[in-house]
Design a protein around this ligand. Structure first.
Ligand code: IPM
Ligand code: MN
Length: 359
């Protein structure tokens, strides 16, 4: 198969981790005889420095003419410490999601057998946990009207959802549940928010089309607690943009490190693959960032094109590398390999190079 992949490394550790996932995709192309072509473009703070725009037109054009987008990370401390900045790196990612119509963000979370002991949660609570979060990505409070009074003393962010936005998301979640353990949990705040009540009504109606799927409703505050005390109860979590952002970071403690969680953002036409973690600026350039979230995002990219054997070759190589204790310091202080080394070992495992050197 021939695929044109737009690579948007972004900020902070974005370029280092994306370099590893591109390397891994090249290994897949070699082993399975595909042709993957990569073209890079700037986004986020990197783009602001270069063009004053966090999402230059040329970047959008590249994404639109490519088959898929491989995204690194976004964010820069310079802007975090300046809340009044009008132009911000994050706008690049948000606009990209909107322009490409990427309304569904899919975030799988599972406890890696080898890493259970590194999670701050008790092993018996997380062993076997396996869920996928379906986060709505182009609506809600992220995209509603924002206001700031003239004296900058009053601000507002509007949360808006339409039944149509909820419906297209809910169908994806129910379809995913059909292929999994057949349970959808809607996470909302229906005791307070009108938008949440619309989510509940809409989801209840759609559930009738999927009688074999059990539906459960949880308020987001309770869901945050359940995620820690009993994560195994979750199969598919369906939720709005902001709640999904928050609970997916929370869910990452199950896997042992946020550096392991991949995601796919899909719409009608385009698809983008990115780790759920941020740009981790404190680690940028140090070679200590975990490349696995980006590498597993590349596996999700392959799955998206139905290259299932290829995707599972990446997953197997990642599992093997973890079993061999080859990990960055976020996972294990005793065995801390560099970003580059972890990527190279996973690449070698894919190419079946038995003679690669660990040290
Ligand atoms: C994520 C990130 C983004 C979000 C930021 C960088 C805008 O936290 O993808 O989870 O909030 O969606
Ligand atoms: Mn987030």
């Amino acid at each position: 198969m021939k695929l044109n992949i737009a690579v948007l490394p972004g900020d902070g550790i974005g370029p280092e981790i994306t370099k590893q996932s591109v390397k891994v995709l090249k290994a897949i192309a070699e082993r399975f005889d595909h042709k993957f072509l990569f073209e890079e473009a700037v986004v986020g703070a990197a783009a602001i420095y270069k063009t004053k725009n966090p999402l230059p037109e040329t970047t959008i054009e590249l994404c639109k003419k490519s088959d898929a987008v491989l995204f690194g990370a976004i964010g820069d401390p310079k802007y975090d410490s300046n809340p009044s900045a009008k132009v911000r790196p994050e706008q690049g990612l948000l606009k990209l999601r909107k322009d490409l119509g990427l309304f569904a963000n899919i975030r799988p979370v599972r406890a890696f057998e080898r890493l259970i002991k590194h999670s701050p949660l008790r092993p018996e609570r997380i062993e076997g946990a396996d869920m996928v979060i379906y986060r709505e990505l182009t609506g809600g409070i992220y995209f509603g009207k924002k206001t700031l009074s003239e004296d900058a003393q009053v601000a507002s962010d509007l949360c808006v959802y339409s039944a149509e936005e909820i419906t297209r998301m809910a169908h994806l979640a129910f379809k995913a549940a059909q292929k999994r353990r057949k349970k959808v949990t809607l996470v909302d705040k229906a005791n307070v928010l009108e938008t949440s009540r619309l989510w509940r009504r809409t989801v209840k109606k759609i559930a009738e089309d999927y009688p074999e799927v059990e539906v459960d409703f949880l308020y987001v505050d309770n869901a945050a607690m359940q995620m820690i005390i009993n994560p195994k109860q979750f199969d598919v979590i369906l939720t709005e943009n902001m709640f999904g952002d928050i609970i997916s970071d929370e869910a990452s403690v199950i896997g042992g490190s946020i550096g392991l969680l991949a995601s796919a953002s899909v719409g009608k036409e385009y698809a983008l693959f990115e780790p759920i973690h941020g740009s981790y600026p404190q680690a940028a350039g140090k070679g200590i960032a975990n490349p696995i979230a980006s590498i597993l995002s590349a596996a999700m990219l392959l799955e998206h094109f139905n290259l299932l054997e290829e995707a599972s070759a990446i997953q197997t190589a990642v599992d093997k590398s973890l079993e061999m204790n080859i990990c960055t310091s976020d996972i294990s202080k005793e065995s801390s390999y560099s970003t580059e080394k972890v990527g190279t070992i996973i690449e070698s495992l894919i190419l079946n190079n038995e003679d690669f050197k660990i040290n």
